[in-house]
Each structure stands twice: as structure tokens, then as C-alpha cells.
Design a protein around this ligand. Structure first.
Ligand SMILES: Cc1cc2nc3c(=O)[nH]c(=O)nc-3n(C[C@H](O)[C@H](O)[C@H](O)COP(=O)(O)OP(=O)(O)OC[C@H]3O[C@@H](n4cnc5c(N)ncnc54)[C@H](O)[C@@H]3O)c2cc1C
Length: 428
């Protein structure tokens, strides 16, 4: 039987960063189910167009990690161009900081109700938190419809505790100023981001994988069962005896992997819900009239909630004089790629993104299962129950999907690196 000190499940950026940090210092094995590394940060190449799993931009606030990554591959620094499409025209993102761009009636509604927002709500759900921070106008015109499209459920059904933790308080002076002055889109913490100079976001995972010691990475090798009390992992190529296990695959998938599966663990795992996201990859001849990197589309009558243009970030994401886009769909039961495109076309035309159907060279429909962990009322208690059990059996969950949370690539890489450093420090 194969043996290792640390078994890493998943060769996305979390698993790769962990293995890369350890280098030769421990007997490490990394199992990746897919034929290529990268997970959701991989890039697909189709007829000369490059597509990530929708927009994957590196908003790093971590100087040390940035220096490490810049040592691995060239990264371009890009100044963010993010927009909101509302009432037939564009305003800069974020919506709440640019209400001066709205028609007067909507602008007054946002500003007046922001000033009189109810600050004493009990915050028992997401809606109450958003209303108490932003007021009725910003909530009704942007936050409610956008969040309902994104999460696939009403903010009332989502945890207030979660929202209090993750939604920052608005900068009151900036918000009021943005209601009377048409300021450009230079607000917020993510004003610039990093992106590999060539090859799409997937180039980062490839660069990390290339640095791993020989024999660590096993692609096309899924974990199929986990005998957790004996520390034995099963794969199609045989069992592996491990000391500790770093789990970066989606947390709910443990429901089909743990053997045996204790009933109370099965219950907690079954309470974790995920938002399935369907999206279109579009390769177009010509360039759109707009030059944003991504744009939020809150209004319910559009069958998509966000659109991004890879090739405005880097022209090399598409063949010369062509463009590559992604369209994140609202539907939970998609038809074919072409049928979904037909439904989106009036909106995409209105936004100045697609001149005609003839310009569409590539149109693919893809799906991310559990793209967003849904923070409903069962979410925090279920996680708080699961993690201590798993830790007690040397199973360490990291990454956005392993922890079933809402984190970014930078945060996930940092957390994975910290976790294995701590393990090393404590001698595993
Ligand atoms: C729609 C969307 C947009 C996003 N945009 C951004 C963004 O702009 N910027 C940003 O910083 N972050 C973004 N993220 C977050 C980003 O995707 C995550 O931070 C990152 O993918 C986490 O990497 P990971 O390695 O933890 O997980 P993953 O990338 O999911 O990797 C997990 C790996 O585990 C493998 N696996 C699964 N099951 C098994 C098994 N049984 N055995 C072996 N291997 C298995 C999978 O094949 C996969 O390769 C976005 C996420 C989504 C869903």
C-alpha cells in the first residue's frame, strides 16, 4: 500500500499551493480527479479563444504571496473596469457609490432612504442586514434583485449572522457624495487586479504544478472512499495510508466518501446547499462597443446577472480582432447553449455586446456545481458541527469549496499555505 504523511485531495490552487509550500519536506501525495490541474482556476482553449470558469481575477492584498507568484510567472497588473447596467444605461460599479448616474427619481429614492435607513433591525436575515446598511432604495433597485439572481433565493431566506460578518458597512460620506457627483469608477478596495500575462488564469496552476517535486501529483486519480478511522484513502489505483488529509474538494461530497458515514454527519452534510451556476462561453468575431471587464445586470427581466469580457483584460484571450466573453445565467434549468444565447441576445444587444448572431463563432454552455455555498439559516450550525469532527480525525478542510465558504483564490492559497506550515510546525 502507498503511504504518505500528508494526502492532499484536489489539485486546484489550494491543493497546489499546499504541496508547493511543502516541497520535499514531507512525504506528500496530491490527488486530482481531472486530467489537468487548476480546478475552477483552470483555463480552456477553444478554437483560439481562451475561457476561464467565468471571471477569475486575482485581487491580492497579500504582498508576500504576490512576490511568490511573481517569481513563478509574469503577471499583468490591470486597472479594474467594472460596471452596472441599469435602466438601459451603464453606471460605474459599485452601484451604491454612483447613484448620481441614475435617473433623478431613482437617485432621490436611494439617497432619501439611505439617510432614513432603519438601523435598529434585528439582523435576523440577509435582507434586514442589507436594509439597515443601505436603506430601501439601494436594496430594492440593486441589492435585492442582484442577490436574488445570484443566489437563486430571496435574501430573506439567508442567514443574517453570515451577512453581518461579510458585508462591510458603507462609507456614508462617499455614498452621499456619489449621489450628487458623477465620480468615476475608482471606489472600493479592488481597484486593480493581477492576471497571468498569457494563457489565462490556468497558467498560474500550471506554473505551481511545474514546481512540485516528482511523484507528488497524481492526475486522473480521484479519491473514491475514505476510511477515516483507519486513515486509508481509496483510489482507482489502490489504497493510500495517510497521516493527515487536506481536503479541498467540495465539502458536501464527503457524504459519498466517508466510510462509515455517521448519521449525524450525514445530516449536517445534507444541510449544506450550493448554487449551481450555468454560464455561456462566447467567442465573437469583432469587438464589443463596451470596454468593461465585467458588468452586473440586476434587473430581473434579463436572464443573466453578470457578463465579462476576457479579451478587454488581455487581447490575447481571443484571436486577433475577436473577443471572448462569459455570460452568467439566472436559469436553474438551462436549455441548449444556442437556445440560451437566443434568450440572452436581446439583452446583450441592448448592452452593445453582440452586433449579430453571425458574429458568434463559439457558444458553449458550462456548469459549476455548487459555485456558491448558500448561507441559509442551517449553514453556520452545520459547518460548526462538521469541522471539529473532521479535525479530530486529521481531516483538514481548506479552500472555498473544502470549507464551503465564499473566499477568493488569494485567500484560499494563503490559507492552504498557512495550514501546512502549521502542520509542519506541530510535526504533523
Ligand atoms: C463563479 C465563480 C467566480 C469566481 N471568481 C473569482 C475571482 O474573480 N477571483 C478570485 O480570487 N476567486 C474567484 N472565485 C473563487 C475561486 O474559484 C476559488 O477561490 C478557487 O477555485 C479555490 O480553489 P480550490 O483549489 O480550493 O478549489 P477548486 O478550484 O475547486 O479545486 C478543487 C479540485 O478538487 C478536485 N476534486 C474534486 N473532487 C475530487 C476527488 N474526489 N478526488 C480528487 N480530486 C477531486 C477538482 O477536480 C478540483 O480540481 C470564483 C468562484 C466562482 C464559483
Amino acid at each position: 500500500m502507498d503511504r504518505c504523511d500528508l494526502l492532499i485531495v484536489g489539485g486546484g490552487l489550494s491543493g497546489l499551493s499546499a504541496a508547493w509550500t511543502l516541497g520535499n519536506r514531507l512525504r506528500t501525495l496530491l490527488l486530482e480527479a481531472a486530467p489537468i490541474v487548476g480546478g475552477l482556476s483552470a483555463t480552456q482553449h477553444v478554437e483560439g479563444y481562451l475561457f476561464d470558469w467565468t471571471g477569475h481575477w486575482l485581487h491580492l492584498r497579500d504582498q508576500e504571496l504576490q512576490a511568490h507568484l511573481e517569481g513563478l510567472l509574469p503577471l499583468a497588473r490591470v486597472t479594474r473596469k467594472a460596471a452596472v447596467f441599469f435602466a438601459g444605461s451603464y453606471l460605474p460599479y459599485p452601484f451604491q457609490s454612483h447613484t448620481a448616474y441614475l435617473p433623478q427619481k431613482e437617485r432621490d429614492y436611494c439617497l432619501d432612504t439611505f439617510k432614513t435607513r432603519p438601523r435598529d433591525l434585528p439582523n435576523s436575515n440577509y435582507e434586514e442586514v442589507l436594509l439597515s446598511k443601505f436603506g430601501e432604495g439601494i436594496y430594492e433597485l440593486f441589492l435585492k434583485p442582484y442577490n436574488t439572481k445570484l443566489w437563486g433565493l430571496s435574501p430573506k431566506e439567508m442567514s443574517g449572522e453570515y451577512a453581518v460578518k461579510y458585508i462591510p458597512d458603507p462609507d456614508e460620506a462617499a455614498l452621499l457624495h456619489g449621489g450628487t457627483h458623477r465620480i468615476p469608477s475608482r471606489i472600493g478596495y479592488n481597484q486593480t487586479f493581477l492576471y497571468p500575462s498569457k494563457g489565462g488564469m490556468g497558467a498560474l496552476a500550471q506554473a505551481l504544478a511545474a514546481e512540485l517535486p516528482p511523484g507528488v501529483l497524481r492526475v486522473q486519480t480521484p479519491l473514491t472512499a475514505l476510511h477515516w478511522s483507519q486513515h486509508i484513502a481509496h483510489t482507482p489505483t489502490g489504497p493510500i495510508q495517510y497521516g493527515n488529509l487536506l481536503f479541498t474538494a467540495p465539502l458536501p461530497s464527503l457524504g459519498t466518501l466517508l466510510e462509515p458515514l455517521p448519521p449525524e454527519i450525514a445530516t449536517a452534510l445534507s444541510q449544506l446547499r450550493g448554487r449551481r451556476l450555468h454560464f455561456l462561453d462566447l467567442g465573437l468575431r469583432g469587438t464589443p462597443d463596451q470596454d468593461f471587464h465585467w458588468c452586473y445586470v440586476p434587473e430581473p427581466h434579463y436572464p443573466f446577472y453578470r457578463v465579462g469580457i476576457f479579451s478587454t483584460v488581455l487581447p490575447s484571450m481571443a484571436p486577433p480582432n475577436c473577443s471572448s466573453l462569459y455570460v452568467e445565467l439566472t436559469t436553474s434549468t438551462p436549455k441548449s447553449a444556442r437556445e440560451e444565447l437566443a434568450l440572452c441576445l436581446p439583452g446583450l444587444r441592448k448592452m452593445g455586446l453582440i452586433p449579430s448572431l453571425e458574429s458568434v463563432q463559439v457558444c458553449r454552455l458550462r456548469t459549476i456545481e455548487g459555485a456558491y455555498a448558500i448561507p441559509d439559516h442551517a449553514y453556520l450550525p452545520a459547518r460548526n458541527f462538521l469541522f471539529p469532527f473532521l479535525r479530530a480525525h486529521d481531516i483538514h478542510c481548506v479552500g472555498r469549496f473544502g470549507r464551503w465558504s465564499y473566499s477568493s483564490m488569494g485567500e484560499d492559497m494563503r490559507a492552504a499555505m498557512e495550514r501546512v506550515r502549521a502542520m509542519q510546525y506541530h510535526g504533523l
